[in-house]
Design a protein around this ligand. Structure first.
Ligand SMILES: Nc1ncnc2c1ncn2[C@@H]1O[C@H](COP(=O)(O)OP(=O)(O)OP(=O)(O)O)[C@@H](O)[C@H]1O
Ligand SMILES: [Mg+2]
Length: 265
């Protein structure tokens, strides 16, 4: 049974898409079967996976609004070696159309029934808002991976996201939890970064990934070539950081924190 992770933060530009694409490729490099779902009408994860969003016959829109089976829509990221459910601007319409459909929050959950069996990881790139698309991601996932920049306002935004996660857990998805907080565009020379980072660890403890993603120009360049960074420059600091994150996530998956404590006690 695969693990479904939503990569979410309603704040824009914090590194959601960069994390989704590069984590997908890094997990695939560790021989895991990975599906990336682009749930953002901007289609950035689609383009960053080397798939032209302007040239899609079918997209995640068809899955959500028309009930088209996932396997008819799947594409392959050649460079990243993972499967993709691509998106483009059509998805903006789904956001509205979903509102009039039955079980509107559970459309993605229903569609992924088979994919959970076929993949080890399903990563969902959420749009920068807490709309019905994000609700669909949170209603079907096992955990939320929250990328964040260590800035002052980052913590303010986090409480709105956590409230949303808690209410979805109550009403729609009892198994939902915060999988981890990922520090992105990390600059340890900045004292504010260190302060915010310390506060995060104080509040969230082990939920904060040990791996930090540094600011690295290769990560910003790779998408314009439709490549994850491990294909574009595998020696770069960005590539090494996302490989380390994949290792950390695999280890957590193999030995969930609670079980280790139980075995030791
Ligand atoms: N670690 C990094 N180092 C350098 N540039 C980065 C890094 N992470 C992301 N970027 C760049 O920052 C910008 C925003 O990143 P990204 O698109 O991943 O954020 P996002 O949260 O998905 O944005 P949106 O909310 O619009 O979907 C992009 O131009 C990306 O290339
Ligand atoms: Mg994005």
């Amino acid at each position: 049974m695969g693990k479904v992770l939503a990569i979410a933060n309603q704040k824009g530009g914090v590194g959601k898409t960069t994390t989704c694409v590069n984590l997908a490729a890094s997990l695939a490099a560790t021989k895991r079967r990975v599906l990336l779902i682009d749930l953002d009408p901007q289609g950035n994860a689609t383009m960053g996976s080397g798939i032209d969003k302007n040239d899609l016959e079918l997209s995640i829109y068809d899955v959500l609004a028309e009930g088209t089976p996932v396997d008819q829509v799947l594409r392959l990221s050649q460079e990243g070696k993972y499967a993709v459910l691509p998106a483009n601007g059509d998805l903006t319409a789904a956001e509205v159309e979903l509102l009039s459909l039955s079980e509107k929050e559970k459309r993605l959950d229903k569609a992924l029934l088979q994919a959970r069996e076929d993949f080890d990881y399903v990563l969902i790139d959420c749009p920068p808002s807490l709309n019905m698309l994000t609700v669909n991601a949170l209603a079907c996932c096992d955990g939320v991976l929250i990328p964040m920049q260590c800035e002052y306002y980052a913590l303010e935004g986090l409480s709105a996201l956590i409230n949303t996660i808690q209410s979805i857990q109550r009403v729609l998805n009892p198994k939902l939890k915060i999988e981890g907080l990922l520090r992105t565009m990390y600059d340890p020379r900045n004292s504010l970064t260190n302060d915010v980072s310390a506060q995060l660890k104080e509040h969230f403890g082990d939920a904060v990934y040990r791996t930090c993603i540094p600011r690295n120009v290769r990560l910003a360049e790779a998408p314009s070539y439709g490549m994850p960074v491990i294909a574009y420059d595998k020696q770069s600091k960005g590539a090494l950081a996302y490989l380390a994150l994949a290792g950390e996530i695999n280890r957590r998956q193999d030995t969930p924190v609670g079980e280790t404590a139980f075995a030791a006690g």
